[in-house]
Write a protein that binds this ligand. Structure first.
Ligand code: HXC
Length: 258
């Protein structure tokens, strides 16, 4: 499939999607988010893919929604033809593990798309922010919901109300990113993490992701019950028998479903 605004490749069991609109710092126009949704759907269907990496350029993961495109939209058109519900949320709905590799700007919708991924690994040059308020709007693709869950109320309010950017070090301290690495090491580090994930049992990795995401939706008692039932169900998997047998036999596991 030939894409115009993204690049897609596979390395072993890892799918890599690179946002590719350098002339606009990877601003998320409808064409790009449409292609992103298509690429994710293809990786979701592909049994040989166990983990996906979403990245941008060294200068920008994505500088937000495409402001020039958004400028002419009105309320009815956004309601009737809602790009966020149609394509953007494909990242949040993606069922396999997905890592955001962020270098440079992750602003507005760029920060929101990164937060829809399961975790973010950032380069030292990364800058995160929700500057929508400077444009006379607020975040519209999860920024007011996922950011406070990631960094707490104080910092989310600070970022969304002032529109300021935070650097990678502050983002790591706040819990938005899982690791910060030198820019030159970003892709190697992320690929190593993705390859490690892709060697696990895929259904178990997917269930783990589902359970962690569930913790943001339900209370503790319900969440722990969900976890326990899913854990119990995993004892019907060949991969559970293989994983535990491999440990007892002091060898590496070879999961069937991976
Ligand atoms: C469209 C954009 C863009 C954007 C940058 N460009 N960001 N085009 N939408 N979000 C374009 C510029 O117009 C310019 O094109 C080129 O990319 C390079 O950008 P510069 O501004 O010249 O680069 P620089 O001076 O290095 O500044 C980088 C920057 C700045 C700080 C990231 O570009 C910036 O502030 N961008 C907007 C960030 C933002 O407000 N994001 C939130 C968008 S709203 P030309 O053709 O002029 O060379 C949003 C809402 C999401 O995301 C809601 C989801 C539902």
């Amino acid at each position: 499939m030939a894409y115009k605004t993204i690049q897609v490749k596979t390395e072993g069991r890892v799918g890599v999607i690179t946002l590719n609109r350098p002339e606009a710092l990877n601003a998320l126009c409808d064409a790009l988010t449409g292609e992103l949704a298509e690429a994710l759907a293809a990786f979701e269907r592909d049994e040989d893919i166990g983990c996906v990496v979403l990245t941008g350029s060294r200068k920008a993961f994505a500088a937000g929604a495409d402001i020039k495109e958004l400028q002419s939209r009105d309320q009815v058109s956004l309601y009737l033809n809602d790009p966020f519900a149609q394509t953007w949320e494909s990242v949040a709905r993606f069922r396999k593990p997905i890592i955001a590799a962020v270098s440079g700007y992750a602003l507005g919708g760029g920060c929101e798309i990164a937060m829809m991924c399961d975790f973010i690994i950032a380069s030292e040059t990364a800058k995160f922010g929700q500057p929508e308020i400077n444009l006379g709007v607020m975040p519209g693709s999860g920024g007011t919901q996922r950011l406070p869950r990631a960094v707490g109320k104080a910092k989310a309010m600070d970022l969304c109300l002032t529109g300021r950017m935070m650097d990678a070090e502050e983002a790591e301290r706040a819990g938005l990113v899982s690791r910060v690495v030198p820019a030159d090491d970003l892709m190697d580090t992320v690929m190593e993490a993705a390859e490690a994930i892709a060697t696990k049992s895929l259904p178990v990795a997917m269930m783990t992701k589902e359970a962690i995401n569930r913790s943001f939706e339900v209370g503790l008692t319900e969440g722990v019950l969900f976890e326990r039932r899913v854990f119990q169900s995993q004892f019907s998997l060949e991969d559970q028998r293989e994983g535990m047998a491999a440990f007892a036999e002091k060898r590496a596991p070879h999961f069937k479903h991976r």
